[in-house]
Design a protein around this ligand. Structure first.
Ligand code: 4FV
Length: 246
């Protein structure tokens, strides 16, 4: 997978992409991330990439001629150009899965008041990471890159599976426990040390359902349930639960 990130501040990406999983994915050539400075496409000797807004008003606007020139230089037949903006579709795991299937992604990072509207001629998708305003599109581009790259086959090792994680199944993830067995007098739920894999699988599915019901009931509204999940939901809703239910 190829990811080109168009930004005025390529240095912001060095540390997030310089360690752990994203770094390893690049070393294993599973993903190629290019940090591209928008200023490199400015033709004037001051390499000016932004200017005052026509019609007046505060802040600066990224110049369309530079953005368009940059994207025309980078794009390929199979690429998708994504502009990070609060006006975009709000990112979720379903959208991340869709993007992870693309061979070539160009992420355009806005700054200041945003970009000249005529850049829309070279933009395929607008994506927002949430309904709040940031200083620039750089951190959203990091979020998108991290979420997408970890779904690229081979990036996550076996011990980092993404199958049973939150939103993978449309439910929140079940509680995790590790050594030591007792912490602050709190025991690990016995089922998890029972060796009964079926019972563990069922307990984890029940906990995912229960947590989703308690923390994100909205996620349950858009979801089908298999017979076992129906049974577990009835148990949760209609029977008294013991403490070790986690
Ligand atoms: C943003 C978001 C975001 C808006 C003005 C950059 C800033 C400045 N991008 N999801 N939320 N962008 O706040 O994607 O140009």
């Amino acid at each position: 997978m190829r990811i080109d990130i168009l930004t005025l501040f390529p240095e912001m990406f060095e540390s997030p992409f310089g360690s752990s999983i994203i770094k390893r994915a690049q070393e294993k050539k599973l993903v190629k991330i290019n940090l591209v400075n928008l200023r490199d496409f400015a033709l004037d000797r001051h390499r000016q990439a932004d200017d005052y807004p026509y019609g007046g008003g505060a802040g600066m606007v990224l110049k369309a001629d530079i953005v368009i020139r940059a994207i025309q230089a980078l794009r390929s037949p199979e690429c998708k150009v994504v502009y990070l903006t609060p006006q975009g579709k709000v990112l979720n795991q379903a959208l991340v899965k869709k993007m992870a299937a693309w061979a070539h992604l160009i992420l355009l990072c806005g700054h200041y008041e945003g970009i000249d509207e005529r850049c829309q001629t070279v933009i395929d998708e607008e994506i927002s990471i949430g309904d709040y305003v940031l200083t620039g599109g750089e951190i959203p581009a990091m979020v998108v890159t991290d979420a997408v790259v970890r779904l690229v086959p081979g990036v996550l090792g076996s011990d980092e599976a993404h199958t049973e994680e939150s939103f993978g199944s449309g439910l929140l993830e079940y509680p995790q426990y590790t050594r030591p067995r007792v912490v602050s007098g709190l025991e690990v739920p016995p089922v998890l040390v029972s060796g009964d894999h079926q019972a563990v699988r069922r307990w984890r599915k029940k906990m995912s359902l229960k947590r989703t019901l308690l923390k994100r009931p909205d996620l349950l509204l858009q979801r089908e349930f298999d017979p076992e999940e129906r049974e577990l939901l009835e148990e949760i809703l209609f029977s008294r639960e013991g403490q070790d239910e986690g």
